[in-house]
Design a protein around this ligand. Structure first.
Ligand SMILES: [Zn+2]
Length: 415
């Protein structure tokens, strides 16, 4: 990639000072460190480089709850695109498929105006497919790619769009950490390129307060082993399953180290690869309590204040779970950053005459609009709920039914 830029630069460098600027800025940043950063890049979210991670910090660790971060595992068919929007930063990890045009509309619908960091985990066209479209639609401050040279038209268009943009450019390597607004990104892979595009995927451990999410692109067993052997912290509350839930990823040893509470894969419904593979789902389900997939759940959102988090699928309930839907002891939607069920702090006290969704009998629950015997049993099985809004976790209760239930005013969720 650097060579690509150098090659292209012979004819276009002068027309694209931003790339050179980007390189200079990074050198300056490395030299000056965080203190000088704001002055260098001006207003806006801080994207700071720190020294490689030195110690195995516990998950998160920065402590206090803060403003809300929303992670959107976008339903973009058989491809990846994940948006992380938090206080002072917007990050896009991968940009969907080359044969679709859904990423920009998704981002527009969410209200994205600027992207601070775009990470193309690797050059395959189901990950950087709409890279050029994104870069031409939104101001992007910085782009990360692996540095592979790849010959597809999709990849060339992506590189051209970077060159034509004002974005800085970087090829991150394991051990680097970056602070962005209130979040920390730890690069955990690759240390160097091997030539295997999937296994050279950029993997990042995203830390927001006490909540940690691990993204590994299409990393497969080889990369997972390398990550474990490298010894950098990998623990995460939420794992974005490698390679769309392929059996070649999510290996036992890796999962044992990561220890996710929730696993989410990105895959298209009825895709020709058979993703997600049952073997991978089974391995993940042996570790994680809840598994979601964009093929089943549509866009899956994770909302967090850095202390607790909530998984909100567009539709349906978890794809698979060790505790399964029949385990009444675990809330499907709300988990704490430490992996134990969170305090249902959002649950307001119930008023006389209301139906407490956490204690009412199935018969009593049918007093709620749209709730018949089947849904009532599902509600009972998925208890406890932190709030009435969490009823959206119940298969069969979508956003519109939830709106009706809330409008009815009969439901409450006592802590
Ligand atoms: Zn892929």
């Amino acid at each position: 990639m650097t060579r690509y830029f150098a090659r292209r630069a012979s004819g276009r460098w002068s027309a694209c000072p931003a790339v050179a600027m980007g390189a200079v800025v990074w050198l300056v940043l490395l030299a000056l460190g965080l203190a000088g950063l704001a002055g260098v890049v001006g207003p806006g979210p801080v994207l700071a480089v720190a020294a490689p991670v030195e110690t195995a910090a516990p998950a998160g660790g920065s402590g206090a709850a803060g403003p809300e971060l929303v992670v959107h595992f976008l339903d973009v068919g058989q491809g990846d695109a994940t948006l992380l929007q938090g206080p002072g930063f917007t990050i896009l990890i991968d940009a969907g498929r080359h044969d679709r045009a859904d990423v920009v509309p998704h981002l527009e619908a969410i209200g994205v105006e600027t992207i601070d960091l775009f990470i193309g985990t690797h050059p395959h066209s189901d990950h950087i497919g709409q890279c050029a479209a994104v870069l031409r639609r939104f101001p992007v401050r910085e782009v990360w790619l692996t540095g592979h040279e790849h010959t597809t038209l999709t990849y060339e268009r992506c590189l051209d769009a970077i060159l034509d943009s004002e974005a800085g450019y970087r090829e991150p390597r394991a051990g680097e950490t970056v602070t962005l607004g209130g979040a920390r990104l730890e690069v955990v892979h690759p240390a160097q390129l091997t030539g295997d595009l999937n296994n050279d995927s950029i993997a990042v451990r995203f830390v927001y307060g006490d909540v940690v999410i691990l993204f590994t692109g299409d990393a497969e067993a080889g990369a997972e082993t390398a990550m474990v052997e490298r010894g950098l912290p990998l623990q995460a509350d939420i794992l974005h399953m490698g390679h769309h839930g392929s059996r070649t990823s999510s290996t036992e040893g890796f999962l044992a180290v990561v220890g996710p509470r929730v696993a989410i894969y990105s895959a298209g419904r009825d895709n020709s690869y058979g993703h997600p593979h049952q073997e991978a789902l089974a391995r993940v389900a042996a570790v994680a309590a809840f598994v979601y997939g964009t093929d089943v759940n549509g866009t899956v959102r994770v909302q967090t204040d850095g202390s607790t988090y909530q998984v909100v699928p567009e539709r349906g309930g978890p794809v698979g779970a060790t505790s399964d839907l029949s385990d009444a002891g675990e809330p499907a939607a709300t988990e704490t950053g430490t992996g134990s069920p969170s305090e249902p702090a959002l649950g307001a006290a119930c008023m006389p005459g209301q139906i407490d969704i956490n204690t009412a009998s199935a018969q009593e629950l049918t007093g709620l609009i749209h709730v018949g015997p089947v849904l009532a049993e599902r509600i009972v099985a998925l208890r406890p709920f932190a709030s009435v809004a969490d009823l959206v976790q119940v298969p069969g209760i979508g956003a519109s039914r939830l709106a009706d239930i809330e409008a009815q005013g009969m439901a409450c969720a006592a802590p």
